[in-house]
Design a protein around this ligand. Structure first.
Ligand SMILES: CC(=O)N[C@H]1[C@@H](OP(=O)(O)OP(=O)(O)OC[C@H]2O[C@@H](n3ccc(=O)[nH]c3=O)[C@H](O)[C@@H]2O)O[C@H](CO)[C@@H](O)[C@@H]1O
Ligand SMILES: C=C(OP(=O)(O)O)C(=O)O
Length: 427
């Protein structure tokens, strides 16, 4: 086990390169199961979720070759091997093994997914979609059993706008007979990315990126080559860092449209945000407090709520952050308080009394973006911040230290002593 150490208070400058999107990568890798020949995925982020999914594909008899940021998936030898436990619990996106294996083999046994603990994260809309396509779905002792004689296209209205359910139903429907219509679909850019890969494999999909997606099932899908879109959440995290401690920072390999809700908030606070084709330039300034509410895309992303909250401790005045997607995504707040932040949580909102100079402390990342929030806080704070729970951060940020050191930050990793491991386990 490891910890991250940050000596804060250093102004950052330079250029940071954004990697491929985690939330695309984790759907594209399972999508490759649906093909009959090799699928090559380029621009993969160097994160543990990618590694775990590649291992899951090997567990079901596939072969994978990871070379730098390119993964080649050979789906030819795959079969409907049950995946009840173990690796599926390490990440949320193992739920995409359900849609992909159901679509390809018409059966699957997959353990309930893990991922960030943000309060309840049901998968009822995924199940509703699979059942509408003709599958029988049961939940036995923590694993989901899916089985269908054949899958037949259906009209599915999602009661909740869900990224995971939208993609999972697309994965199950591309090889079904006839037409599937997903209504009230999620519109995140990652959904378009998955639809692009599937279309390049021979699928017939229209409307990805709008709230109605139409899929006409095909007999089989073939391999192809696909490059992942830039990670808008990693880009957003670096935009927040640049606004908090940057002299002037260039974010390279970003689609400015994908982070428009954040750019608008930063400008409202007094930050200079200039956009070019695939770059964003950030320069901090005098900060004003703002209120922000997370919403589905193109609204302000819940995945940036936690790092943005850390940043707001610096702005004079009170700011209110409301998370309408996850009502318990506030586990970072106690840790920020240890660093001197003045924040109250009321229901789904956090009220930040800003203008605070944070102090380095020993803190623990409870989930991926809580970890990002603590990194932002550590970079702003006086003194040294020690962050445990680094395995959560490694699920979603590749080469984090290298990228920050490239901008002039003092950040390094150390192994935890036996005493520290024992303390963490007993906490
Ligand atoms: C791997 C991945 O892509 N993860 C992202 C995905 O998670 P994930 O796909 O899990 O999130 P969803 O979009 O499904 O969840 C949105 C909301 O719908 C609810 N819900 C969802 C499904 C369901 O069957 N029933 C239900 O009630 C959830 O509890 C949540 O309140 O989108 C989230 C919202 O943008 C992001 O925070 C995650 O980073
Ligand atoms: C919540 C997140 O991830 P996951 O859905 O994979 O747990 C995230 O990326 O912020």
């Amino acid at each position: 086990m490891e910890k991250l150490l940050i000596e804060g208070g250093r102004p950052l400058e330079g250029t940071v390169q954004i990697s491929g999107a985690k939330n695309s990568a984790v759907a594209l890798i399972p999508a490759a199961i649906l093909a009959d020949s090799p699928v090559t995925i380029d621009n993969l982020p160097d994160i543990s979720d990618v590694e775990t999914l590649a291992q899951l594909l090997e567990e079901i008899g596939g072969r994978t070759e990871l070379n730098g940021d390119t993964l080649v998936v050979h789906p030819e030898g795959m079969f409907a091997m049950p995946l009840p436990n173990g690796r599926v619990k390490k990440l949320r996106a193992s739920y995409y093994m359900m849609g992909a294996m159901l679509g390809k083999f018409k059966k699957a046994v997959i353990g309930l997914p893990g991922g960030c603990n943000l309060g309840p994260r049901p998968i009822d809309q995924h199940v509703k979609g699979f059942e509408a396509l003709g599958a029988t779905v049961t939940n036995e002792q923590g694993a989901i059993y899916l089985q269908a004689d054949e899958l037949i296209g259906a009209r599915i209205y999602l009661d909740v706008v869900s990224v995971g359910a939208t993609i999972n139903i697309m994965l199950a429907a591309v090889l079904a007979k006839g037409r599937t219509v997903i209504e009230n679909a999620a519109k995140e850019p990652e959904i378009i990315d998955v639809a692009t890969l599937l279309s390049n494999m021979g699928a017939r999909i229209k409307g990805a990126g709008t709230n109605v997606i139409r899929i006409d099932g095909v007999e089989s899908l073939h391999g192809c080559r696909h490059s992942i879109i830039p990670d808008r959440i990693e880009a957003g995290t670096f935009m927040i860092i640049a606004s908090a401690v940057g002299n002037s920072v260039l974010i390279d390999n970003v689609i400015p449209d994908h982070v428009e809700s954040l750019s608008a908030k930063l400008r409202e606070m007094g930050v200079t945000v200039e956009e070019a084709d695939d770059q964003i330039y950030i320069r901090g300034g005098e900060l004003r407090s703002v209120d922000v509410k997370t919403l589905v895309y193109p609204g302000f992303p819940t995945d940036l709520q936690q790092p943005f909250t850390s940043f707001l401790t610096k702005a004079d005045g009170s700011s209110m952050v409301t998370d309408t997607i996850y009502n318990a995504r506030f586990k970072h707040i106690d840790e920020l308080r240890r660093m001197g932040a003045n924040i109250k949580v009321e229901g789904r909102s956090a009220l930040i009394n800003g203008g605070t100079r944070l102090q380095g402390a020993k803190v623990k990342a409870s989930d991926l973006r809580a970890g990002a929030a603590l990194v932002v806080a550590g970079l702003m704070a006086d003194g040294v911040t020690e962050i445990t729970g680094v395995e959560h951060i490694d699920r979603g940020y590749g080469q984090l230290e290298e990228k920050l050191i490239g901008l002039g930050a003092m950040i390094w990793r150390e192994k935890l002593s036996e005493k520290e491991v024992a303390e963490l386990e007993n906490a």
